[in-house]
Every structure is written in C-alpha cells, then in structure tokens.
Unconditional design. Structure first.
Length: 298
C-alpha cells in the first residue's frame, strides 16, 4: 500500500479580520487550472502588554486574527519529506502564498464591490510557517511537520524602523507643509504598479496609458528639474507603444514580450516622477534654478 501523497502547506497569520468567510477556497490560474486551496480561519491572539502595573485578573481581551493556510493543488513529488522541508526555499514559498491570497482577496473585492479593501502585505504578517501534510491534514489547516518562516514582526521594532527610507519621510513632511503636491499621474502609476505586481497585466496596461498621458501633461511645468526634460521626451516616445499595448489588453491578454515592454515603460514613468518629487529637500524650496513651477491643481 503506497503512502498518502504529501502537499506543500504555507500558513500565514495576520492580526485583524479579513473580508473572507471562513472555509476552503480554490484559487485557479491559467486555463482555469487549480493552483491552491486557501483555508480561511478566524481566530484570536493574545493582546500585547505595553505597561507594567497591576495585572487585570481576567487579562486583556484577545485580539481578532486571521489564519490562512495555502495548500498547493498538486502533490509534492518527493521521497524524503523531512529533507525537502529542510531544503525548500521558504521565502519564495511565502511570496507565492501571498500572491495566491492577494488574488483570492482581489476576487472577493470585485464580487463584493468593495471600494476600500484591506491590503495583505508581508510586513503585516505576525507569523508564517511552511510544512507538508496529507490531503486530510491540509484541508483542515494542519500539517505533519513544519518550520517557521521569519517575518518582519519577528524583528525588534528598532530594526524594522531602521529599514524605512528617509526619502519618503522627507517628502511626507513636504506634502503636509504644502511645499509639494501629489500629482494625479503618481496615483495612476501606483495603481498600474499594483496591478502588474499582482499579475493583472491587462488592467496594468490600461492603467498605464492613462498614467502616461497624465504624467506628460503634469510634468511639463517641472521640465527645468535636472534630468526631467529627457525623461519627458522618453515618455512621449513611449506613447505609441503604450497605446498599442493598451488596445491589445482591451481585446484580450498580452503576450510575454508585451508584458516586458509594459514593465519597461512603467519603470521609465516611475523614474520620471521620481525626478520631479526628488527635486526638493525637507525644509527647502526647489533646489533647481529658474522660475519655481506650480503644480497643477487637484
């Protein structure tokens, strides 16, 4: 009698509740082929204590949490599961699991018409594990053996904070003080990047076309910023190709070459916008010479 097949299992735990009912959800990929089953469980986790003092006899109320168990649809082809568990790239498996969870949540968002969905990011995880188990174990969100995956919350808070770039904090100060303004093209570009990262290439292509046109119009008053004029020329040169890719996306899917071109144009757009926002320092007026540009209203 042959042994039951083993399945790869990645379990994620997040603080708070997700807009997903508890249960088992099949996530499919290309050609409607099953990729994974996501087992959703609402649970609780202990509340952290920040102050020393008299302990409440009942203790603080636990916080709601969500446990997501991502089980590959295809069984593992392995002879030694313990060796596989030691050698498996846990970070790569975590990235794949997050991608599948985000796809599930995106479809739930579309089904519910939710205009303010909660994002799921690696830095929001409070725990993660990778393991293997039988089909029965996996369907119940359990495993035969597993090991922890290091997540940002495992690091001391001072280390997590030290990894944050100062550039974004400086710009935030400028935005709050009215020394800078967010362009519409920045938001549109961010949405295109989100779609592309999530594998929604059609949506990314359509979003990019609008973002590109907005950037060309909005960056014109800032063309005296060092390096921005040639960046604007590159954006104008990309208009035709961007329109072709967007038209192809409206008709159907994109091929690999079109996706790669889409990625390159998006990177060019991000660099152009970064040059504009990088033209000032905290507490200073624009560091370029000439007449200070005025951001378009909005």
């Amino acid at each position: 009698m042959s042994a039951a097949p083993w399945f790869r299992i990645v379990q994620l735990e997040l603080a708070g509740e997700l807009e997903l009912p508890d249960g088992r959800w099949m996530v499919r990929g290309h050609a409607n082929r099953p990729r994974a089953v996501v087992v959703v469980e609402s649970t609780e986790r202990p509340r952290r204590r920040f102050l020393r003092g008299r302990r409440d006899e009942d203790g603080p109320a636990p916080l709601p949490a969500s446990r997501l168990t991502v089980v590959d649809a295809d069984p593992l082809e392995i002879a030694d599961p313990q060796q596989w568990l030691r050698d498996e790239n846990a970070e790569q498996a975590l990235g794949t699991a997050l991608e599948l969870v985000r796809r599930l949540l995106h479809l739930q968002t579309m089904a519910a018409g939710d205009i303010d969905p909660r994002p799921v990011r690696a830095r929001d995880l409070v725990a993660a594990s990778i393991g293997y188990g039988t089909g029965d174990e996996a369907s119940a969100g359990r495993w035969t053996a597993a090991r922890r995956i290091t997540v940002p919350s495992d690091q001391p808070d001072r280390i997590r904070r030290s990894g944050r770039g100062m550039g974004s904090e400086e710009r935030l100060a400028d935005l709050l003080a009215g020394r800078d303004a967010v362009l519409a093209a920045e938001l549109l570009t961010l949405r295109a990047r989100q779609d592309l990262t999530a594998g929604r290439t059609r949506e990314a292509a359509l979003q990019l076309r609008v973002a590109l046109e907005a950037a060309i119009a909005e960056l014109e008053p800032w063309r005296d910023v060092p390096g921005l004029d040639p960046a604007l020329a590159s954006l104008r040169d990309a208009r035709g190709t961007t329109a072709e890719i967007a038209a192809a996306a409206a008709r159907g899917g994109l091929d690999d070459a079109q996706v790669e071109t889409l990625r390159e144009i998006l990177s060019t757009l991000v660099r152009a916008l970064t040059k504009r926002s990088g033209g000032r320092r905290i507490g200073e007026r624009p560091i370029w010479t000439g007449t200070p540009p005025v951001a378009p209203p909005g």
